[in-house]
Design a protein around this ligand. Structure first.
Ligand SMILES: Cc1cc2nc3c(=O)[nH]c(=O)nc-3n(C[C@H](O)[C@H](O)[C@H](O)COP(=O)(O)O)c2cc1C
Length: 331
């Protein structure tokens, strides 16, 4: 495979411009290690921060010889700073911060010697993240699985590139599942691609065979963006964000009745928690993005990465060939 160099591969010391999204409950230590060992950057999805989960999963990656990182959701960790300390005690090379104000996190992460990635969803957030001290931005569009804001990746990534200038490394996220999407990310002003939904459908991802099968069967038009799954879990998400998941009985019942769900009885919450425990996919959220259309099999993470690199190279070469003078269509 060809060598690949970008500001992100140099900054993070990785071989390929491919980053595993820090998916809560999905990107555990095994998946993060597999991605890092295959030449990308694996991020453990510590998400809202369950200390026991973090200790177990970060323990898998702590001894790796290649770079790895951890992702934290800022609006929850801001209330529990000990979770940042816990994450940093495992000495990650990278910390990815999403959803909230990065300011209080910058100094402790820098002092721990880790690189800081900040996820942004619009131009103002991008400028603020640069001013706060991000080493790189993750520009996330609303095609993404899980939580996002309302901008689509295709126009957002180049607009952020224009806004922050040529020097800031940018990782593009949202809707990328194969080498064509990755090639697009690189031509939109990105230096790397971050993939979530595609890596959910890998053998190393946390999650039952049933939930991964649902990703193969699922279609983009079946996904819904909703706050219902957050409301029932009692997670106080900032109101501008909603999460994209595959439609199921629960979403069909509550998507148009989110205010009512906020008032719902404890019985509804308990039933939801039971459904998560029992992996009842009719009720529990199956977070997935529009890229779910391109998922046809469960693969080892290394195969996903090798395919991404090969296909991206082929896609870029094909696009260039179309511009060659001999390819011009005679008048
Ligand atoms: C199952 C799942 C869980 C996710 N959990 C988180 C999370 O805990 N924190 C976070 O910052 N982003 C989370 N995301 C969003 C990802 O970080 C990323 O932005 C998204 O997956 C990129 O879009 P894609 O799914 O089209 O690849 C999640 C996404 C998925 C699919």
């Amino acid at each position: 495979m060809s060598q690949f160099q970008s500001r992100i591969t140099s900054l993070l010391g990785i071989r390929y411009p491919i980053i595993l999204a820090p998916m809560g409950g999905v990107s555990g230590g095994e998946l993060a290690a597999a991605v890092s060992e295959a030449g990308g950057l694996g991020l453990v999805g510590a998400s809202y921060g369950d200390p026991e989960w973090m200790k177990r999963e970060l323990g898998h990656v702590a001894g790796l010889e290649c770079p790895w990182g951890v992702g934290l959701v800022m609006f929850t960790v801001a209330k529990r700073f000990d979770l940042l300390d816990l994450a940093l005690s495992f000495r990650p090379d990278v910390v990815a911060l999403s959803f909230g104000d990065p300011a209080p996190f910058i100094e402790p992460i820098r002092n721990a010697g880790a690189r800081i990635l900040i996820q942004v969803h619009n131009i103002k957030q991008a400028r603020d993240a640069v001013a706060a001290g991000a080493d790189a931005l993750i520009v996330q569009g609303a095609e993404a699985g899980g939580h996002s804001w309302k901008r689509a990746t295709l126009p957002l990534a180049p607009a952020v590139r224009d806004a922050v200038g040529p020097a800031m490394p940018i990782i593009v996220a949202g809707g990328i599942a194969d080498g064509r999407g990755m090639a697009a990310a690189l031509t939109l002003g990105g230096d790397a691609a971050m993939l979530g939904t595609r890596f959910f459908a890998t053998s190393e991802a946390l999650g039952s065979p049933d939930i991964k099968r649902r990703l193969i069967e699922g279609h983009a038009e079946e996904t819904v963006r909703t706050r219902a799954f957050d409301i029932v879990r009692g997670i106080d998400w900032p109101p501008q964000y909603s999460g994209r998941a595959l439609e199921n009985e629960f979403s069909r019942m509550w998507v148009a009745r989110e205010a009512e769900l906020s008032m719902a009885s404890d019985a509804v919450r308990t039933a939801y928690a039971d459904a998560v425990r029992n992996d009842d996919l009719h009720i529990r959220a199956v977070w997935a993005g529009e890229a779910v259309d391109m998922i046809n099999s469960i693969q080892p993470a290394r195969t996903v990465i090798d395919d991404l690199m090969r296909e991206a190279e082929a896609s870029l070469a094909l696009a260039l060939r179309s511009f060659a003078p001999e390819a011009a269509i005679p008048a």
